[in-house]
Design a protein. Structure first.
Length: 142
């Protein structure tokens, strides 16, 4: 289970370093093989390859009316591997699609990660908090 957030910096080549606390797990579980794709909320999803393969099958099996969603996730999916320094390359197409600039935030979301442009994440988080919590959480207690 991946959790927590990490401030990251994209280098001049568009690479980000996976935080050490996640790197070892990703190396042992999937040999550093990840898949990146777009999310409808405006961030990138970062999946360990085995988790992505399961999600990919679910997405591909959706009915024809889900074609725009399939195009977004499957059509933008790119396989990457961590290099010897624990970095992954975020392709220019994916960076441009979500406005990912130098400063980024990596959020652990359980089975995968979300990768946000830091300024967009701050804006989105403030907006979400201002709007209150969803009715879906009415039975949740801290």
């Amino acid at each position: 289970m991946f959790q927590g957030c990490s401030a990251l910096t994209l280098d001049a080549k568009g690479r980000v370093s996976i935080p050490t606390r996640h790197r070892d797990a990703l190396l042992s579980q999937v040999e550093g093989r990840l898949t990146l794709t777009r999310h409808p909320d405006g961030c990138l999803l970062v999946y360990p390859r085995t988790v992505w393969e399961q999600r990919r099958a679910q997405i591909a099996a959706l009915p024809m009316k889900a074609r725009p969603f399939q195009r977004l996730l499957l059509g933008n999916a790119q396989d990457v591997e961590m290099d010897g320094s624990g970095r992954i390359l975020v392709a220019p197409e994916l960076r441009n699609a979500v406005g990912l600039t130098r400063d980024a935030m990596l959020l652990g979301m359980g089975s995968h990660f979300e990768l946000w442009d830091a300024a967009e994440w701050a804006r989105r988080e403030a907006e979400d908090l201002a709007n209150g919590m969803s009715d879906a959480l009415e039975n949740f207690s801290f």
